[in-house]
Ligand binder design. Structure first.
Ligand code: IMP
Ligand code: MG
Length: 173
């Protein structure tokens, strides 16, 4: 069982709204948007075009050790930033926050140690009921229940990233 959660039109409206809020908060500053691969690349592409302050882009790819359905907090960096975050206003761009382990490590352990001017997090989706790590995004597109979602960059076994809408695959058991 599954179904549609957010249509392409609803996503587009939400991304514009996030872009307006971010543009206002960073007025006159250059944003270094750091997309977390692979899931964030579709959202990132839309979001940076909805922001009207200067934006530079970089990407990181991380994976967590241990079982594959739940991140463990032991994060491995598979692709690091191309340029140093020192002195920059970093905006981490995520597809979805689940336990929060990935971002907790990235923001508080990894990036915070490299002296950026600031670090904020924008996520398209948030599953607050699943949170185990003490982390909350600065900007959230949609908060959702504990569902496994796909589309708009999000995958199930590397499939469905290309769907223009967000759907859920099944009710969590
Ligand atoms: P966290 O460290 O538990 O917050 O894991 C977040 C990462 O798990 C996200 O960046 C996604 O890659 C993946 N993830 C979590 N929930 C889902 C989902 O419902 N669909 C697809 N990927 C998900
Ligand atoms: Mg991810």
């Amino acid at each position: 069982m599954g179904g549609m959660l957010f249509s392409a039109e609803e996503i587009s409206e939400k991304v514009k709204e996030l872009g307006r809020r971010i543009s206002e908060d960073y007025k006159g500053k250059k944003i270094t948007a750091v997309g977390i691969l692979k899931g964030s690349f579709v959202f990132m592409a839309d979001l940076i075009r909805a922001i009207d302050t200067e934006v530079e882009v970089d990407f990181m790819e991380v994976s967590s050790y241990g079982n594959s359905t739940e991140s463990s907090g032991n994060v491995m960096i598979r692709k690091d930033l191309d340029s140093s975050p020192a002195g920059k206003d970093i905006l981490i761009v995520e597809d979805i926050i689940d336990t929060g382990n990935t971002l907790k490590y990235l923001r508080d352990t990894y990036l915070a140690g490299k002296n950026p001017a600031s670090i904020k997090i924008v996520t398209m989706l948030d599953k607050p009921s699943r949170r185990t790590a003490g982390i909350s995004p600065d900007y959230t597109g949609f908060s959702i229940d504990d569902l496994f979602v796909i589309g708009y960059g999000l995958d199930y076994a590397q499939k469905f990233r290309d769907l223009p809408y967000i759907a859920y695959l099944k009710e969590a058991e």
